[in-house]
Design a protein around this ligand. Structure first.
Ligand code: NAD
Ligand code: MG
Length: 397
């Protein structure tokens, strides 16, 4: 049976890798809808190639430009706005949704896919960080199949027992070993970090990714967000997870069992592997990824993370332990801080300072409804932008 697929964030790094896997398997997958914020040329080419039923742009102007750029015979319906995004994520004719929008903007459509009981391929970790308990509840009540695409979580998913139900003890699991490359500034001192530029921060040694996640990798906030993501996905606590810096990015994460076994998933640092796994699970399909040559890799190194020089990891643990609205506040403050750093408004080393300040000013509230998450997200953005270093104007993300 052909699976129909909506790709949210199709023009991005994960979106394009997803289309590359789909391109290799026209007999298995059909693109139902594509979305992007504003990349008109990229979307036009992908629409011509995949002939989706819908294309959704975030802004009305981008939708109009896309419509004008499409060939006359094209039957794809072009829409704009966030309601259209949720519509293509929850549509009756969709089987699977790749959630690959970056940041909080991905929350509503990803949640809509979960509520509608889709196979949800989750790359957009920010939505789970913001609204973890609500999101996991939506997966259960909607009857969705949640497949983690983040390479570490995909590795953990592969290394867990196939019938894992959220109970570490019942399955003899003692720890999750979450690997981290350490990013481009691994080994740098606090003084060296003062001077790093956005261009240096986005130049990741092993992975080619979007700008925001590249900066997150450089601050270690990506590992912090991933730690929270793992706690929600696998029903565990920060103490159940050990972050292991492994600069080669060959082992994508591990699960340690009470009998002394450690099960790891290895592979090239290429997101097409976890994407193909998510698309085909429980089967396996060709992802276009070269097999691993262990002799050319020769060695694998492991060290503990430097949480003093890179405080974002500790901030994330603190946010998860505070619970309620705090992870949403951490995420929103981080989005503002990263944006301000990329605009050269603040120094790299000010990113954790700004997040810590916003968290210290936040009064944690329980999350009962989506409105609680949205209010905390907005509060944290306003609070971060009200700090003198970020200027008083709103940053339009
Ligand atoms: P990217 O910046 O390359 O692409 C982001 C996509 O989201 C683009 O299609 C863009 O048009 C769209 N987008 C941006 N802002 C939007 C908005 N306000 N509304 C709607 N759409 C919007 O990012 P990426 O590297 O592909 O990452 C996407 C997600 O996947 C992120 O959450 C990231 O953390 C996660 N992820 C990425 C990688 C990777 O290797 N790139 C690995 C693991 C997880
Ligand atoms: Mg990752």
């Amino acid at each position: 049976m052909i699976q129909t697929l909506t790709v949210l964030g199709a023009s991005g790094s994960i979106g394009q890798s997803t289309l590359d896997v789909v391109r290799r398997h026209p007999d298995r997958y059909r693109i139902f809808a594509l979305s992007a914020a504003r990349s008109v040329a990229r979307m036009r080419d992908d629409i011509v190639e995949f002939s989706p039923r819908f294309a959704v742009m975030t802004e009305a102007q981008a939708a109009a430009d896309l419509q004008a750029a499409l060939p006359d015979h094209c039957t794809t319906e072009v829409l704009a706005g966030s309601e259209a995004l949720s519509m293509i994520a929850a549509h009756n004719d969709v089987d699977a949704v790749m959630a690959a929008i970056v940041g909080a903007a991905g929350l509503l459509p990803t949640l809509a896919a979960a509520e509608a009981g889709k196979r949800v391929l989750l790359a957009n970790k920010e939505s789970l960080v913001m609204a973890g308990p609500l999101f996991m509840q939506a997966v259960r009540t909607g009857g969705a199949t949640l497949l983690p695409i983040d390479s570490e979580h995909n590795a953990i998913f592969q290394a867990l027992p196939h019938n894992y139900d959220g109970d570490f003890a019942a399955h003899g699991i003692s720890k999750i070993l979450l690997t981290a490359s350490g990013g481009p500034f691994r080994g740098c001192s606090a003084a060296e970090l003062e001077k790093v530029t956005p261009a240096q921060a986005v130049a990741h040694p092993n992975w080619s990714m979007g700008q925001k996640i590249s900066v997150d990798s450089a601050t270690l906030m990506n590992k912090g967000l991933e730690l929270i993501e793992a706690c929600f996905l696998f029903n565990c606590a920060p103490d159940d997870i050990q972050v292991v810096v492994h600069p080669q990015s060959v082992i994508h994460s591990m699960v340690q069992y009470c009998d002394g076994s450690v099960i790891a998933q290895l592979g090239q640092p290429d997101m097409r592997t976890p994407i193909a796994y998510g698309l085909a699970w429980p089967q396996r399909i060709d992802a276009g990824v070269q097999s691993l040559d262990l002799f050319s890799i020769a060695r694998l190194d492991f060290t503990p993370p430097d949480e003093t020089t890179f405080p974002c990891l500790a901030l994330a643990k603190q946010a998860f332990n505070a619970g309620g609205t705090m992870p949403a506040v951490l995420n929103a403050a981080n989005e503002i801080a990263v944006e301000a750093f990329l605009r050269e408004q603040i120094a790299f080393s000010f990113i954790p300072t700004l997040i810590a300040r916003v968290m210290a000013l936040h009064e944690v509230r329980p999350i009962q409804h989506l409105a609680d998450v949205m209010a905390a997200d907005q509060w944290a953005r306003d609070c971060a932008l009200a700090q003198p270093e970020t200027g008083h104007e709103r940053v339009n993300l």
